[in-house]
Ligand binder design. Structure first.
Ligand SMILES: NC(=O)c1ccc[n+]([C@@H]2O[C@H](COP(=O)([O-])OP(=O)(O)OC[C@H]3O[C@@H](n4cnc5c(N)ncnc54)[C@H](O)[C@@H]3O)[C@@H](O)[C@H]2O)c1
Length: 364
């Protein structure tokens, strides 16, 4: 079992992954500045992992700080190596992720996502820690011409957020001494073990309803919008485009349950730690597409709530269908998503109805 640094570990995907990693026996240091999360998420991870106070102190160290802060990074790596418990690998979730916001604040996105990754990778280099799993995104495929999308599809980001993910992917390829996007598996000649995980649409929540997605501000993604509608935190929503070449005319996307994404991280980490130096690039998706209206109906069924919506014109830059070709990830990791759309809807509803204000719930 390894000692791992998890950046952004209090966030949506990070908190679910921390739980799976703790249950798998790893010891964690979480570095998070809580710019889009709450320390409560990690308290609940400790509760779900059934860790006593004493065990939690040993197995989950939580550090509030910015991933760009070289002083904090230095302290974490130095303390680990001085104590004979070096950080063996990093899972790097910390970042800004809202596409619309990235147009308004491009320099913040480049600073946190790219400079933050550069600071982290430099420190890893300095301490000889050469194993990293990086949160990349299907956004970097841009408006892909056809689906399912394999990892070798052209990288054509259409927004600043996607551009920052593409930049970090290139930095990682350079570090591994590999070429950018030629093949999903490349051998690294200089000892680096790197997984670039391109998530499609992670949704859902832990089935207990104790942890889940808690976006600050106005969410732009379908599931957080649906759940806010269901608990009456908003009154209606717009479906952009009803004349796409899809069975019901609305856009089709690939959704994957966050618990499956979390399992995908442990599988990727195991693959890196148990085989040679490599750069692997993996689509984490279900390979199945659901239209906006199909998701809406499934959510209504799970929640028993009728959702009001309005069909409006297409948005510029959107595409009809975005679905992963996840076959390489399945083969390489021996991992496959297990949970269905109905599970995603049920778990989002359990989380949102028990925590209408997310982690800011007074009653929590
Ligand atoms: N959720 C998605 O749909 C999705 C899809 C593709 C890729 N991703 C990527 O996966 C990663 C995790 O996404 P998420 O959905 O869990 O997002 P999230 O916002 O819930 O989690 C990100 C975490 O990083 C922290 N953070 C942000 N800036 C930081 C900084 N400068 N220093 C330290 N911590 C910082 C936030 O407080 C938060 O806890 C992100 O890098 C995101 O770009 C997410």
């Amino acid at each position: 079992m390894a000692r791992l640094l998890i950046t952004g570990g209090a966030g949506f995907i990070g908190s679910h992954t921390c739980l799976v990693l703790l249950n798998a026996g790893h010891d964690l240091i979480v570095l998070d500045n809580y710019s889009n999360s709450s320390p409560k998420a990690l308290e609940r991870v400790i509760e779900l992992a059934s860790l006593s106070l004493e065990k939690a102190t040993l197995r989950l160290e939580v550090v509030q700080g910015d991933v760009r802060d070289e002083g904090i990074l230095e302290r974490l790596f130095l303390e680990g190596s001085q104590a004979g418990r070096p950080i063996e690998a990093v899972i790097h979730f910390a970042g800004l992720k809202a596409v619309a916001e990235s147009f308004l604040k491009p320099t913040s996105y480049w600073s946190v996502n790219v400079c933050g990754s550069q600071a982290l990778l430099s420190k890893m280099e300095a301490y000889g820690c050469k194993t990293i799993v990086f949160s990349s995104s299907a956004t970097l495929y841009g408006a892909a011409k056809s689906s399912p999308i394999p990892e070798t599809a052209p990288i054509r980001p259409v927004n600043p957020y996607g551009a920052t993910k593409a930049a970090v992917e290139m930095m990682l390829a350079d570090l591994a001494g590999c070429s950018g996007n030629d093949a999903p598996f490349q051998t690294s000649q200089n000892g680096w073990r790197i997984a670039r995980l391109r998530y499609f649409n992670p949704v859902g929540a832990h089935p207990s309803g104790r942890i889940g997605e808690d976006p600050s501000g106005h969410p732009n993604n379908l599931f957080p919008i649906l759940s806010q509608l269901a608990i009456k935190r908003r009154s209606s929503f717009k479906v952009f485009g009803s004349d796409w070449p899809t069975p019901d005319g609305t856009g089709v996307r690939d959704y994957i349950h966050v618990m499956d994404v979390a399992e995908g991280h442990t599988a990727a980490l195991d693959a890196l730690l148990t085989s040679g130096p490599q750069l692997i690039t993996l689509n984490l998706g279900s390979g199945k597409g659901y239209s906006v209206l199909e998701v809406l109906k499934a959510f209504e069924k799970a929640s028993g709530v009728t959702v009001n919506y309005e069909l409006v014109d297409r948005r510029q830059g959107d595409v009809a269908i975005t679905v992963a070709d996840p076959q390489f990830a399945y083969r390489r990791l021996g991992w496959k998503p297990k949970l269905k759309l109905s599970d995603m809807c049920r778990d989002v509803w359990t989380w949102q109805s028990a925590n209408p204000l997310g982690f800011h719930n007074e009653a929590a």
